[in-house]
Structures are given as structure tokens and as C-alpha cells.
Design a binder for this molecule. Structure first.
Ligand SMILES: Nc1ncnc2c1ncn2[C@@H]1O[C@H](COP(=O)(O)OP(=O)(O)O)[C@@H](O)[C@H]1O
Ligand SMILES: [Mg+2]
Length: 269
């Protein structure tokens, strides 16, 4: 196995006095690999994303991206490492400035990472094309774009710095079925074209299955099962994984009782 690009080892994270949001979580993403993270709402998925991105530090345990502690990236060297680690959020509308044209968000990412001003407009147009958007849409404001288009803008902004890893936190959850499918196809295509990897977070195992090589199942801040996506899908071993699967397959079958400990009424929230 190659050296992990992203590594969380025995990570515990607590917010205030509440029970830990994460407990002893270990997760590796190798270069070019796509690792899925599934679990119901509140299981700790976004906390993993924040730790991976260095927005939070762990209470105990180790987080490393390309050998660096992402929480302590500083200065010029930190910026170069940070360029390799990007983020696609669940709600692109909330992460784009409503007062600015969508293309400006992408141009800003290019500026921060040193693309000269004269090259930026063309670079924005190239990125828009790369994510399947007409470059003319760069002049529109976020309110003039659909959810699917906005999510493509968010992907373009993430690609602007040439990342090795993109953390996607529920990137398709706010989209309708058909845009969801097209955004997943785009992410798969970009991976093929550029060799980047994803930490792909979703409450929906059916969505994760389309993109991930490996999946970890998070429940109440603990990893309860992990393995290659096909194995998890065909032969889920933990009752919680079975409950998640039953939910995406349209409710538990007669031979698949949902254990008492399963979330009520359904893990899909
Ligand atoms: N900023 C915060 N302050 C306090 N508690 C938080 C904060 N963010 C998340 N939590 C709590 O941590 C747990 C995990 O949350 P989160 O990582 O957002 O889960 P998920 O993304 O799987 O829904 C939840 O119990 C949530 O209420
Ligand atoms: Mg979340």
C-alpha cells in the first residue's frame, strides 16, 4: 500500500462537554484513491471533514495531509500544501458570495494561489469548461444559477489550485436525482483525467457506492465497519451497515430485521 496522502489515526474530537463527536477514528486515503464515509446525520462525518481540512484540531490522535498537520499549515509553505487539499461543500449557495459573479469565486482561488491577473479570465473559462459549464455562466450571480450549476462552480473552484485530494461533504445531497447523477459522473471523470482522490462523504450508501473504492461506516463517532465498496454492498457485516443499506434499498426486507440499536425511523436524514 502506498503512503497515505491523508491520514487520521486514533482521532478523538469533542465539542464542549458533549459526548465525543469522534472516538478513535482511523482513516487513510492513498494518492488517487476515493474513500467513502457514510453514516446518519450526527454520526461525525462533517467533523472528519473539518479535521482533514485543518479547520479543527483533534483532541487526541494524529491528522496528516502529505505529511503535514493541516491544522498548523502556515505561511508560504503552508499555502503550497493547502493548494493540494480542497473542499466541495454540501450547500454551494451558502459558500459563494451572493453579491459576486460565480466566476469571481473561481478567480479568487486562482489569485490566492498565484495565477497572474492576465491569465485568470482564461483559466476561469477553462475550469468552467472542465466542469461542463458554459464559460458565459461565470458572469452570472449565484441566484441566477441552478443547484447543479452551483455545485459545478464549487467543483471548479476546488480544481483551481490543482488539488491531489478533494474532500466532498454531501456534495450531491442538496440536488435532485438527475443533477446528483451528473455531478457524480463529473467527479468520476475528473478523477480519471487528473488522478486526484476524494474523501467522499454522504449519508447515502447508494451514492457513495458509485464513486468510492473503499468505504468506512461511521456511527456515533466510531468506525463500525470498513472495506471495499462492493464487499460492503453485497455482504454488510455490521447491523448498522445493514440498516443503512436496507434504508437505501427501500426499507428492510422480511429477512433483514433492523436491530434495536438502529436509528429511528430511518438513517437517511
Ligand atoms: N460546532 C459544533 N459545536 C457543538 N457540537 C457540534 C458542532 N458540530 C457538530 N457537533 C456535534 O457533533 C456531532 C457530529 O456532528 P457532525 O460531524 O456534523 O455529523 P454529521 O456530519 O455526520 O451530521 C453531532 O452530535 C453534532 O451535534
Ligand atoms: Mg455533515
Amino acid at each position: 500500500m502506498s503512503t497515505p496522502l491523508l491520514l487520521l489515526e486514533h482521532v478523538t474530537k469533542r465539542y464542549g462537554q458533549a459526548p465525543p463527536a469522534l472516538q478513535d477514528v482511523t482513516l487513510h486515503v492513498a494518492p488517487g484513491e476515493t474513500v467513502g464515509l457514510v453514516g446518519e446525520s450526527g454520526s461525525g462525518k462533517s467533523t472528519v471533514a473539518r479535521l482533514a481540512l485543518g479547520l479543527l484540531g483533534p483532541e487526541s490522535g494524529t491528522v496528516r495531509f502529505a505529511g503535514h498537520d493541516p491544522y498548523r499549515l502556515r505561511g508560504r509553505a503552508g499555502k503550497a500544501v493547502r493548494a493540494r487539499l480542497q473542499f466541495v461543500p454540501q450547500h454551494p449557495r451558502g459558500s459563494l458570495n451572493p453579491a459576486l459573479p460565480a466566476g469571481d469565486a473561481v478567480a479568487f482561488a486562482l489569485r490566492v494561489h498565484g495565477t497572474p491577473r492576465r491569465e485568470r479570465a482564461e483559466a476561469v473559462a477553462d475550469l468552467f469548461r472542465q466542469v461542463g459549464l458554459d464559460p458565459a455562466l461565470a458572469r452570472r450571480h449565484p441566484r441566477e444559477l441552478s443547484g447543479g450549476q452551483l455545485q459545478r462552480v464549487a467543483v471548479a473552484r476546488a480544481l483551481a489550485t490543482g488539488p491531489d485530494l478533494v474532500v466532498c461533504d454531501e456534495p450531491t445531497s442538496s440536488l435532485d436525482r438527475s443533477s446528483q447523477h451528473r455531478v457524480l459522473e463529473l467527479l468520476a471523470q475528473l478523477r480519471q483525467d487528473t488522478g486526484l482522490g476524494y474523501l467522499f462523504i454522504s449519508h447515502d450508501l447508494a451514492v457513495v457506492r458509485q464513486l468510492a473504492d473503499r468505504v468506512l461506516v461511521l456511527r456515533r463517532g466510531r468506525v463500525v465497519e470498513e472495506g471495499p465498496v462492493a464487499r460492503l454492498w453485497d455482504d454488510p457485516r455490521h447491523p448498522y451497515t445493514r440498516a443503512l443499506l436496507a434504508a437505501v434499498r427501500g426499507g428492510p426486507g422480511p429477512h433483514e430485521p433492523v436491530p434495536e440499536t438502529s436509528p429511528e425511523p430511518s438513517p437517511l436524514h
